[in-house]
Design a protein around this ligand. Sequence first.
Ligand SMILES: [Zn+2]
Length: 77
Amino acid sequence: MACFVCKGQLVDKLTNFLADLGDCIVVIKNVPSQVCIQCGEISYNNETARKLEEIINSIRHSPTEIAVINYNTRKVA
Ligand SMILES: [Zn+2]
């Protein structure tokens, strides 16, 4: 698989995912992702993207302003 931005090579890496929901900032750590060694573009496979969405939806209505979650344990730190 090649980077969809620059066609560079993608390597498997754990990265931190950040989502700004307006009222709440969500940081999900150690997300399995593919990172382009050329431009740094990060992409996720379908399963990971779905799980990220699931995690975000589960805390969307929580009263916290900043949520830090570990992807593997899904526990709020
Ligand atoms: Zn790239």
